[in-house]
Design a protein around this ligand. Structure first.
Ligand code: SF4
Ligand code: SF4
Length: 62
């Protein structure tokens, strides 16, 4: 099982991660990305990690 987290201190709000997440669990609050759905529904595809220009997204396997 994977869990996604976003460091809001680093996020620049580009929205690339939320637009690309196939599980639709990443959202955008107008300033920053955040985990808007169930973080444990992350599929571990790492699309968000790859696309993030600031290194704000991390995936953990539990
Ligand atoms: S690893 Fe994939 S499924 Fe998980 S949050 Fe990132 S884009 Fe979504
Ligand atoms: S891709 Fe990175 S910088 Fe852009 S909104 Fe997502 S977490 Fe923030």
């Amino acid at each position: 099982m994977f869990i996604v987290s976003i460091d809001e201190e680093i996020c620049t709000g580009c929205q690339q991660c939320s637009e690309g997440c196939p599980a639709r669990i990443l959202g955008f609050n107008g300033e920053k990305a955040y985990v808007s759905g169930d973080a444990t529904e992350c599929m571990g595809c790492e699309a968000c990690v790859t696309v993030c220009p600031s290194g704000a997204v991390s995936i953990s396997e539990i």
